[in-house]
Unconditional design. Structure first.
Length: 184
């Protein structure tokens, strides 16, 4: 049973939507959620993940836009194991022609898709189901000192967050994220 992954391009060339091959029958399903060699070969990269994170958020929770400064910049491989989210990546590389542009994907336990967000991109998401459990791998360790936040509603970026039936639930830290016009 040779497992293959499909790589889909997003609006930002470095951010990739990854679709694993699912083996499903009346008993259930199986898929490789991660294979280092296939991941690197498929993307033409040499990525090494050092930390796995698992989070649970309720409907209407919006987290982000988060990133870490060098030398603790992180790439992330994000997937949802229960529920559904609107996942966003924003190019924050000042030297990039795509600086301030964003892309998004719906990630869910049902579609089993993953989003590869490399270093140099901020990450955020909105929970669209009663709750969502996310698991994501990072290429660098968490560092409180290097953690940063960009405003989820920055007009310069202009993310079109989905309309939902409740008020957004946003932490104080995320509510007070800085704008890209104040970006260092």
């Amino acid at each position: 049973m040779e497992s293959k992954i499909k790589i889909h391009h997003t609006l930002l060339p470095e951010v990739k939507l990854i679709q694993p091959q699912i083996f499903e029958d009346e008993r259930g399903f199986f898929y490789e959620s991660f294979n280092q060699q296939k991941f690197n070969d498929s993307l033409g990269l040499n990525i090494n993940f050092v930390q796995d994170n698992h989070s649970l958020s309720k409907y209407g929770v919006l987290r982000g836009l988060h990133y870490q400064d060098i030398p603790f910049a992180q790439g992330k491989l994000v997937r949802v194991t229960n529920g559904k989210i609107f996942d966003v990546a924003v190019d924050i590389r000042k030297s990039s022609k795509n600086f301030g542009k964003w892309t998004s994907a719906i990630l869910s336990a049902e579609n089993k898709n993953q989003l590869w967000i490399p270093e140099g991109f901020a990450h955020g998401f909105l929970v669209l189901s009663d709750f969502a459990e996310m698991q994501y791998k990072t290429t660098n360790f968490y560092s409180f000192k290097h953690e940063k936040c960009i405003a989820y509603n920055d007009d310069f970026i202009g993310i079109s967050w989905p309309k939902i039936s409740v008020e957004l639930n946003i932490s104080d830290k995320d509510r007070h994220g800085r704008t890209l016009s104040n970006f260092e």
